[in-house]
Design a protein around this ligand. Structure first.
Ligand code: SF4
Length: 377
């Protein structure tokens, strides 16, 4: 493949043309040149996002108590992972964390609630919370709360919610291998309902759960069809106790090729290099910023990730800037070196402790996983 091929790839992507399946299949394989592909994806990224990076901070607003069996999830009922379960955090705690996220330069504050889907009562509570956050801080708000219908999505939209996250996680054909308590179609329906309610949707995938590269491409095309404006690309973190039957080994270059393909097929989407970047990209982590324009600042729902300092320094060193009212230098000044938490070694996958999950409420007593102390709703 000569240079002209990659130049044309970027031009076609920017023009909104669909890159054919046979071409993207080749892009995922080593028969195409990696650096030329990365450059083509970077051209598209630059066109729509320049060198700006959206930094997200995730708030695990409730940990555990989930009746679903998503095999990748430490909070699933079927998992034996040693997480610190707690019911939904108090409003005071969630608001204080929203303030902290805003002051840390986050572009978006993502609240995640475990469970199959929110009850009417929880939707009304979430609406109040969203109103309070939006009236106090100029920050985008995203909620991940499981399956919902259009009526509930509408209530959240009216309250001021910007985005609803609901990941497809894998292809339709592979879905039964990763979850048996709900279906791929239920997930798709939730996304359609959110769109009909006028919400932006955030939906992505977890790579490395035994899927084929064609499964990966199917998800990338489906999200293109859905015109998802936000696509988190996660790389499976095998937290001990989770149930994925056949995790696939992931080479850093393959992970980066996947990010490039998601970018080329979804040129205007916010492509997020999400969970597992430290573990699977290792020394090639910074290269993800060329196709992706978004990442999580300091870890994920249950697994630890990089430190704030390290993430911000990586963004600065590679010549990218933050999409935030705070400059990266200003934020770096406030960061003190923290113990290394990056999980770049499979034998050292670490779960977040309460000090990270509930920084506003140090000393809270953890409950025992799957105990009878159920969530509030
Ligand atoms: S991903 Fe969500 S719905 Fe699935 S087990 Fe985890 S918390 Fe429950």
């Amino acid at each position: 493949m000569d240079r002209a091929f990659y130049t044309q790839l970027a031009i076609d992507s920017i023009a909104g043309q669909t890159i054919p399946l046979e071409t993207v299949q080749r892009l995922l394989s080593s028969e195409t040149e990696f650096l030329a592909l990365l450059d083509a994806a970077f051209e598209v990224r630059k066109k729509f996002f320049g060198r700006k990076v959206h930094v997200h901070i995730i708030n695990n607003a409730q940990n555990g108590y989930c009746p679903e069996d998503c095999h990748y999830c430490a909070q699933a009922k079927s998992s034996s992972s040693e997480i610190k379960e707690y019911p939904i955090k108090s409003d005071t705690e969630i608001l204080a964390e929203a303030k902290q996220a805003y002051e840390s330069g986050a572009f978006r504050y993502c609240m995640v609630f475990a469970g199959r889907g929110p009850s009417q009562k929880r939707v009304e509570h979430l609406s109040q919370l969203i109103r309070k956050i939006k009236s106090n801080y100029p920050i985008q708000v995203c909620v991940s709360a499981g399956l919902l219908d259009e009526e509930k999505a509408q209530i959240l939209k009216v309250a001021g919610l910007d985005r609803l996250n609901h990941n497809l996680n894998t292809s339709r054909a592979h879905y039964p291998e990763i979850c048996t308590t709900h279906t791929y179609d239920e997930r798709l329906n939730t996304l359609q309902a959110a769109k009909k309610a006028g919400l932006e949707v955030c939906s992505g995938m977890i790579i490395g759960m035994g899927e084929t590269s064609d499964d990966v491409l199917e998800v990338a095309y489906t999200l293109r069809k859905l015109q998802a404006p936000s696509i988190p690309v996660n790389f499976y973190i095998p937290i001990p106790g989770t149930k994925v039957k056949e995790p696939s080994p992931l080479a850093p270059e393959y992970c980066l090729r996947i990010l490039c393909v998601f970018r080329l097929l979804n040129p205007r989407a916010e492509i997020r290099v999400a969970a597992g970047r430290e573990l699977h990209l290792r020394d090639m982590e910074v290269m993800a910023l060329y196709p992706a324009n978004s990442l999580f600042l300091d870890g994920y729902l249950n697994a630890k990730g990089s430190t704030r300092l390290k993430t911000l320094q990586m963004i600065k060193d590679a010549g990218f800037t933050l999409d935030s009212e705070f400059g990266v230098d200003e934020l770096l000044k406030n960061e003190t070196p923290a113990p290394q938490t990056a999980v770049s070694d499979f034998s050292k996958i670490a779960l977040k402790g309460l000090e990270e999950l509930r920084p506003q409420l140090l000393g809270v007593a953890p409950t025992v996983k799957n105990s009878e102390n159920n969530a509030k709703y």
